[in-house]
Ligand binder design. Structure first.
Ligand SMILES: Cc1cc2nc3c(=O)[nH]c(=O)nc-3n(C[C@H](O)[C@H](O)[C@H](O)COP(=O)(O)OP(=O)(O)OC[C@H]3O[C@@H](n4cnc5c(N)ncnc54)[C@H](O)[C@@H]3O)c2cc1C
Length: 359
């Protein structure tokens, strides 16, 4: 994967051959039980895979992470048995990708402020609204998207939010513009438009009115995989920098012989070790059925910051060559920043952490 990452990034093209091969190897169904066609591995194994894939190519890492954590696991956690049978085996086998549409132009961090509406008419949901920045929604193997929509009012007056399953090709559902992204450029991100889009009444994920609770739970788990992605990227920054520092000669010796450079590498390695340990701990807690929310938010916040610091140092160690796209660290630098924004910004992680600490 790694040698081809530069090509896909430059061309901004989705790495179909790599995703197809990953599907054959079972990478698109790692934490999915074998009875639904997955590998049946635990969360620790899944984050190890996301970390290592992201070390080679963060666009591939996010493709697998979004498909698994945001696309497939919601069916496993909340779907009816019929929905599980219908969707999960094909998703775990990588026959199709699935996405989760939460973000909207006016509802980013404030994800509960969904403006997309759906109403029941003649046994069908009729959906109107727009979703923004949706990963894996517009590839030629995208099977559909699960979206949050306002479907009415709760008895206590709050808005009722429901998750709806919208297959690609549903009438009135269109995959709108692609984005010109700074990083994760080979991953697929689209705006989605729903104009009187029709889906069957049965396409409610699990129970009607459970959308808010469901998406909060989805995000808790998703954070661990985005933390793993950042750890993988940070490691890639270290790998490239350690190699370069041994090879680049200035003042008659490898720059690794200068303490200033060695210390940067030592700091990177130390911070990466901590970020990795926090990420595995969150995964381990999840595997044991323990409350992992605080650990996941902390791991994601820390790993995102560590990755951007490591990318900064990596470019610094490469000097002017670090600015040139022919060296991978330029791409790592562009890729790392999204880890501080996607699936909840750093500020939102701090909100979650302070709430869970009872502050
Ligand atoms: C490449 C990419 C892929 C994505 N994939 C998906 C996807 O598959 N599905 C999906 O649903 N979404 C996806 N997203 C959306 C992502 O989750 C949002 O971008 C993110 O949650 C932030 O929302 P926003 O961009 O609207 O920023 P805003 O919410 O407008 O935030 C702007 C700034 O204000 C800060 N801020 C906002 N509220 C507060 C507050 N209460 N306190 C302190 N600071 C605050 C934020 O931290 C940030 O710094 C993706 C985004 C990107 C960039």
């Amino acid at each position: 994967m790694a040698p081809r990452a530069e090509h896909y990034d430059r061309e901004k093209s989705f790495p179909y051959p790599i995703v197809e091969r990953l599907a054959e190897l079972g990478f698109l169904g790692i934490p999915i039980p074998e009875e639904y066609g997955g590998i049946g591995a635990d969360t620790v194994s899944y984050v190890l895979a996301v970390e290592e894939l992201s070390r080679g190519d963060a666009s591939v890492g996010i493709t697998v992470a979004a498909h698994t954590s945001l696309g497939t696991l919601p069916f496993l956690y909340f779907g009816t048995e019929g929905q599980k049978q219908e969707y999960i085996p094909r998703l775990a086998a990588g026959e199709m990708l699935w996405s989760f549409g939460l973000t909207e132009p006016q509802a980013g961090s404030d994800a509960g402020n969904t403006q997309t509406r759906a109403e029941l008419r003649d046994g069908e949901w009729v959906i109107n609204g727009t979703k923004a920045f949706i990963t894996n929604s517009g590839t030629r193997i995208s099977g559909g998207v699960t979206i949050t929509a306002v479907t009415g009012q709760m008895p206590d007056g709050r808005r009722e939010i429901t998750n709806l399953i919208v297959p690609t090709g549903a009438p009135g559902y269109s995959i709108a513009r692609d984005y010109e992204k700074m990083g994760w450029r080979a991953s697929d991100t689209h705006e989605l438009a729903f104009v009187d889009a029709h889906i069957p009444e049965a396409n409610v994920l699990g129970e009607r009115g459970q959308g808010l609770r469901q998406f909060l739970q989805i995000l808790d788990g998703g954070r661990i995989s985005v933390a793993a992605l950042s750890v993988g990227l940070a490691q890639a920054c270290y790998d490239a920098s350690a190699l370069y520092a041994r090879e680049r000669v200035q003042f008659g010796k490898p720059i690794a012989d200068f303490e200033a450079i060695r210390f940067m590498l030592a700091e990177m390695a130390t911070e990466i070790e901590l970020a990795r340990t926090m990420t595995y701990k969150a995964a381990w807690l999840k595997d044991r059925g323990r409350d992992f929310r605080l650990a996941a938010a902390m791991a994601k916040l820390n790993a995102g910051e560590v990755a951007t610091r490591c990318a900064n140092r990596a470019v610094q160690i490469h000097g002017g060559y670090g600015i040139m796209e022919e060296f991978p660290v330029a791409r790592y630098w562009r890729d790392t920043k999204i880890g501080e924004i996607g699936e909840g910004t750093n500020q939102i992680q701090m909100l979650v952490i302070s709430r869970l600490l009872g502050i």
